[in-house]
Ligand binder design. Structure first.
Ligand SMILES: [Zn+2]
Length: 458
């Protein structure tokens, strides 16, 4: 038979395959996953009971257990999750895996404050690139363990830290989510490094950013990132809308789109948001001061708003109080500012929902959170969004179907459907009734490979 004749070649070929390829081959065996419920974030429908047939790392069939059990291959392995609820793997659309900022005590911050560039961030980015990429490997593993099977890493990764981490994960060298990497963040002159010691500023800058002042530099920054094989371009626009102008931004968007890469723009202020909209970016990160008019234009142009609820719900107090000394006055200021923020973000969420703009969510997590892993810290965003008034189903959509579309990966991830990659999570309870369930993901599968299963009986 033809198959037999090929065996020597197949054996030879297999010996040449790297470890990751071999691992992928072992996933080729069919797996049946059964659970009490399967939530479809797109429709909000729940299938109960539910089963999935997984083959070659992809979802082959979705249906009731009795339907699927009738015709699955005899060799198929079964994973029974009991009464658990299955969902698509979560997507964190705004991460900083190579950054773990420790907030210093108030006095230390005050002494080292250097204008726009906060001392805690500066201390984090001057670490050696090797140290940071190993830190990134830890953060990636912790993210995956909390159910984030895909992340988009938007800057602060050294020159090529996030593309290297992505490749290492894809090759099976380290465990982590599938990463869309952006390489170096493109900024305007002086945006981040105001009044930093000039003798050090250049070296820090080159490791972390591209500073651009004109069209040529803008295009070159995009091209240089493309040389490192980035998946997406990240540009930080100044919050006051000065710095990178609309023509410079447009040139960068054009350059990125020519290479079929999307552009994510950090834009918090109204002016910055307008530049991002006029230049035709694909997503606006943060968008704090977006107006109703701008939301409408974004909706019409199909520009995504990527909501980053990091500092909502008293987050700063939560990460600082257990570990650092803060002046009483600074603590009181923090409480007052948390209250003001709550009213602001509740209004922000209502306007977003009403506008019909497409939205996703990202943790923007880059902070050392005492007692929590990076994944657990990032998962606090779900309750932050809920406390600001976003319904649970919208939150789940923001980190599954919507995020997949924003990334341009809607054919691969974000839904539990035949043909999609087998990225799955499961929780014990009902995440629609209690969004906090997503902070306790108990089963994770990526590409059909089991990452963890707390439901398994030993
Ligand atoms: Zn960020």
């Amino acid at each position: 038979m033809q198959r037999k004749a090929f065996i020597p070649f197949a054996v030879l070929f297999l010996t040449l395959l790297p470890a990751a390829r071999l691992a992928a081959q072992s996933a080729a065996a069919a797996t049946l996953v059964k659970a009490g419920k399967l939530l479809d974030p797109r429709t909000g429908n729940v299938m109960s009971p539910a089963a999935l047939l997984i083959e070659d790392g992809k979802i082959k069939e979705v249906g009731s257990p009795s339907q699927l059990q009738a015709h699955i291959p005899a060799s198929a392995k079964t994973i029974d999750l009991g009464g658990a609820t299955l969902l698509p793997g979560l997507i964190d659309a705004h991460t900083h895996l190579l950054l773990d900022v420790v907030v210093p005590p108030t006095a230390e911050s005050a002494r080292r404050y250097n204008g726009d560039f906060a001392p805690d961030l500066m201390l984090a980015v001057v670490e050696s690139p090797s140290k940071r990429v190993l830190l990134g490997a830890q953060m990636a593993r912790e993210d995956l363990d909390s159910g984030f099977t895909t992340v988009r890493n938007l800057g602060h990764a050294g020159i090529d830290g996030d593309t290297a981490l992505r490749d290492a994960i894809d090759a099976g060298r380290v465990s982590g989510p599938r990463i869309l990497a952006s390489g170096r963040k493109i900024t305007s002159l002086g945006n981040y490094l105001q009044s930093l010691n000039p003798a050090l500023a250049e070296a820090i800058l080159r490791q972390e950013f591209f500073e651009v002042a004109n069209l040529e530099e803008g295009r070159r920054a995009v091209d240089e990132n493309l040389f490192y094989n980035v998946d997406v371009i990240k540009v930080a626009l100044d919050d006051d809308g000065v710095g990178i102008s609309t023509p410079i931004m447009s040139a960068m968007v054009e350059e990125a789109h020519r290479a079929h890469k999307k552009v994510a723009a950090h834009a918090a202020g109204k002016g910055a948001i307008q530049i991002a909209i006029d230049a035709g970016v694909d997503s606006i990160e943060h968008g704090n001061e977006v107006t109703d008019e701008q939301l409408k234009t974004m909706r019409d142009k199909g520009i995504f708003l990527d909501i980053t609820p990091t500092f909502w719900s008293g987050f700063f107090s939560a990460i600082t109080e257990p570990s650092i000394v803060r002046l009483p006055v600074s603590r009181a200021d923090q409480v007052a500012s948390d209250e003001r923020r709550h009213a602001r973000v509740a209004n922000f969420i209502q306007r977003i929902l009403k506008s019909g703009v497409k939205f996703a969510a990202g943790s923007d997590m880059c902070w050392f959170y005492p007692g929590k892993t990076r994944g657990q810290a990032s998962a606090t965003m779900f309750s932050h969004l809920h406390e600001a008034g976003m319904p649970a189903l919208d939150i789940i959509r923001a980190v599954t179907v919507n995020a997949a579309q924003m990334l341009g990966w809607q054919d691969r991830v974000g839904a539990v459907e035949p043909g999609k990659l087998a990225d799955l999570i499961a929780v014990s309870g009902d995440p629609i009734a209690d969004i906090g369930e997503l902070e306790h993901v108990r089963f994770v599968m990526k590409d059909g490979h089991l990452v963890k299963n707390d439901f398994a009986t030993p």
